[in-house]
Design a protein around this ligand. Sequence first.
Ligand SMILES: Nc1ncnc2c1ncn2[C@@H]1O[C@H](COP(=O)(O)OP(=O)(O)OP(=O)(O)O)[C@@H](O)[C@H]1O
Ligand SMILES: [Mg+2]
Length: 285
Amino acid sequence: MSEELLTVTGLVRRFDGLTAVDDISFAVHQGEVVSIIGPNGSGKTTTLNLVTGTIPPHAGQIVIDAEAITRADPVHVAELGIARTFQNGRVFATLSVADNIEVGLHSRLKASRPLRRLSRIFLLRWIPLLAELFVAIVGTPAARRERAEIDARVADEIGRFHARLGPRQDDPAYSLSYANRRRTEIARALALGPKLLVLDEPTAGMNQSETAEVLDQLLELKAQGQAMLLVEHKLDLVMRVSDRVIVMDGGRIIAEGNPRAVRHNPVVIEAYLGRRRGASEGEAR
Ligand SMILES: Nc1ncnc2c1ncn2[C@@H]1O[C@H](COP(=O)(O)OP(=O)(O)OP(=O)(O)O)[C@@H](O)[C@H]1O
Ligand SMILES: [Mg+2]
């Protein structure tokens, strides 16, 4: 097995009296696609929120590429190479598709945001803001180079979804179809060139052909060696794209293995599918 990219050990997160994530441990290796499945409320999104620094854990450790990120904030986690999308989709409604993708790159700006480290020091926060304004007005060769690089990066990501986002790149996100908003969000995460791409139900609300399109895109990313941590209810997609599947129930991991083994595991069938006898085989919701 290749090197571990993400290592999660003994992670715990409580909300009032409820333990939403209850002592879970798992790893994602370089180039690996790991999916987390489980019934509604089993702790999948909370796990992703912990891994991406959106919320802090009450116990446990998270390490990315040998660097501990257990209490790092989301911006720092993104800088260290974890990019994500959200279960309910998060795009800036009044920004264009291109600007929405560019937003993700803001933390990468160096020449256009000089002295940005000082912004972490409360009393000195005005210095980087002034320096940024100066560069924006005067312009420097480095800032112009950086601008060109960012434009190219955004164009690359739009190109990934060319048929869908190409003609809409200057349109505001509020005018997009639901599927295109989700594509924009995935493009924004990918623009960061993340070591690990974290996707929370990327096909939620999509029809069958839109889901098939996302599956193809995930398979292409996987072929390019992109490591992914995926939460998804559509089991057919999960089984086709994943190297390994983790099954959660009640905040705990109840099974883990390759897609075939997990699909036939009686504990999983009972916990995950057993409560949904009315649901279709393809989508266990
Ligand atoms: N911010 C919060 N405050 C209080 N309770 C929360 C919070 N976030 C999650 N929970 C609770 O934690 C449990 C796990 O929620 P989580 O969103 O992780 O589930 P999930 O597996 O992603 O479910 P779904 O498939 O419906 O998205 C649920 O009981 C949920 O109500
Ligand atoms: Mg969820």
